[in-house]
Design a protein around this ligand. Structure first.
Ligand code: NAD
Length: 502
């Protein structure tokens, strides 16, 4: 453990001053108090200290946010901005995110426990990159001309075409594991398509979404286009999803919540994309370059403290190299230095909160009872804060909960296989289908695995490379639809067919 007691000693002046404010919702371009009194306590997971409170948005607050968003559309100020003007405002928002990067990264770290290097690289820099890429699509949304036949009107002479219109008000529901980045993944395609948004950040990590709304205004995006309602999932989140003024739900979070959202959306025939949980396999063949594969397998699970939807949480290694690979991964796990996320010496921070820490340790205890062996880690550090040591479990069976269920923490399960068919069968033996990687120097074998993995994303000799130009989505219980890429912009449009009688 590092010497610093907690993150609060290490905060810069901008984030310190923002934290000290009384936090309000962002509705119609204003920071407004909730109509209710309930608040959510935000805690620094490296110390357990309260750092701020945010309102639990009521039904009236959600209603006001959705109405504000609606007023910017249908002849409102956002719908009157030309695509190029939308693109310029999005690029300005990207600039502002970078210019305020240190504050945003610190707020993210204090809230989520993640390393400052990661919050800077992903939540700040990648978010700016996503906004700039998506701004390019604002000027490239096209319909088609269609030569129609209408055989029941033999004398008709028509000009027909399709146009893509903004789908309307989008509810962006965001998890806590990469909060600002996930909010921007949702917001950027919505803005490019000309939609207005109501963002519902996760309970423990709402602060950067509030700043995102502030910077949106500064960037020239009209008041009411980016609204933020903070609060619990079952309360504020469910109210937002059920609101009749919402046209689309863009959700990232757990599979269980995804099911509730799909059911609620069906009532109002709303469209949705659901980016859900994962239990992604990493398969290492005997011909792999082990100097690359061993550290990559370790960081596939331990990056972001295992709180990654695509975390490589199941490692399958050919039996001839199993001991070497697993000992290598366990050695790396042992050497990882745990500490507060703002300390530059830390290599892994605490988990997001005490509930998540207890959940992760509960899975390890269950695995031990079922006969798994803890090769390294498996417990908390003993220091204050929600730390869990990087953990490697062996002697596993596919039926164990630790193999089948998403743990969302730094816990790796490692098993052996004898041939390709067995490796693929083990990899696909999961209710999830988000990502999978294969490590081999044989190009034909790589292609066989690319085809064979039942997942939305596949990587060869690397794990978890996501890019804004590539669609990102899951198969099976990992989701419906996509974030990122051209498709995510088109999914925020509605096709209208037009016929002119000439
Ligand atoms: P979660 O499902 O508990 O919460 C996600 C968001 O949904 C939060 O904002 C929460 O407040 C809200 N919510 C909860 N219940 C709701 C309801 N009934 N109605 C509306 N909103 C509701 O998930 P989490 O614990 O915040 O995040 C971790 C999960 O997210 C993991 O399962 C992880 O795999 C998944 N995730 C998936 C991706 C992906 O792209 N596939 C990316 C990151 C995280």
């Amino acid at each position: 453990m590092n010497a610093y007691a907690n993150n609060l000693d290490l905060l810069g002046p901008a984030s310190r001053s923002f934290l000290a404010q009384k936090h309000r919702l962002r509705i119609g371009g204003l920071a407004v108090a909730s109509t209710g009194d309930e608040t959510v306590r935000l805690v620094d997971p490296s110390s357990g200290q309260e750092v701020a409170r945010t309102p639990e948005a009521t039904a009236a607050d959600v209603d006001a946010a959705v109405s504000s968003a609606r007023k910017t559309l249908d002849g409102g100020p956002w719908s009157r901005m030309r695509p190029y003007e939308r693109a310029q405002a999005m690029c300005k928002l990207a600039d502002l995110i970078e210019q305020n990067g240190r504050e945003l990264a610190e707020l993210e770290t204090i809230n989520s426990g993640r390393l400052i290097g990661a919050t800077q690289l992903i939540d700040v820099e990648f978010s700016a990159h996503v906004l700039r890429y998506m701004s390019g699509w604002a000027t490239k949304i096209e319909g088609r001309t269609v030569d129609i036949s209408a055989p029941y009107m033999p004398t008709g002479d028509f000009f027909s075409f399709t146009l893509r219109e903004p789908i309307g008000v989008v509810a962006c529901i965001v998890p806590w594991n990469v909060p600002l980045c996930q909010a921007v993944w949702k917001l950027a395609p919505a803005l490019a398509a000309g939609c207005a948004a109501v963002i519902k950040p996760a309970e423990p990590t709402p602060l950067t979404a509030l700043r995102l709304a502030d910077h949106s205004l500064e960037a020239g995006i009209p008041a009411g286009v980016v609204n933020v309602v903070t609060g619990s999932g079952a309360g504020t989140g469910a109210r937002l999803v059920a609101h009749p003024g919402v046209d689309k739900i863009s959700f990232t979070g757990s599979t269980a919540t995804g099911r509730l959202i799909a059911a609620s959306a069906a009532v109002g025939f709303k469209t949705y994309n659901l980016e859900l949980g994962g239990k992604s396999p990493v398969v290492i063949m005997p011909d792999a370059d082990l100097e690359q594969a061993i550290p990559a397998a370790a960081w596939a699970i331990f990056a972001n403290h295992g709180q990654n939807c695509c975390a490589g949480s199941r490692l399958y290694v050919h039996r001839d190299i199993f001991d070497k690979v697993v000992e290598g991964v366990a050695g790396i796990a042992n050497a990882i230095r745990l500490g507060p996320g703002l300390d530059p010496l830390s290599q892994m921070g605490p988990l997001v909160n005490a509930a998540q820490q207890a959940r992760v340790l509960g899975y390890v205890e269950a695995a031990k009872r079922e006969g798994a062996t803890v090769l390294t880690g498996g417990d908390a550090t003993g220091a204050p804060g929600c730390y869990v040591k990087p953990t490697v479990l062996v002697d596993i069976r596919q039926s164990m909960s630790v193999v089948q269920e998403e743990i969302f923490g730094p816990v790796l399960v490692a098993g052996r296989f004898s041939d390709e068919a067995e490796a693929l069968a083990l990899a696909n033996d999961s209710p999830y289908g988000l990502g999978a990687s294969i490590w081999t120097r044989d190009i034909s074998r790589a292609h066989r695995f690319i085809r064979g993995f039942k997942t939305g994303n596949v990587w060869v000799n690397v794990h978890n490379v996501l890019d804004v130009a590539l669609p990102f989505g899951g198969a099976k219980n990992s989701g419906v639809g996509h974030d990122l890429g051209e498709q995510s912009v088109l999914d925020h449009t509605r096709i209208k067919a037009a016929v002119i009688n000439l």
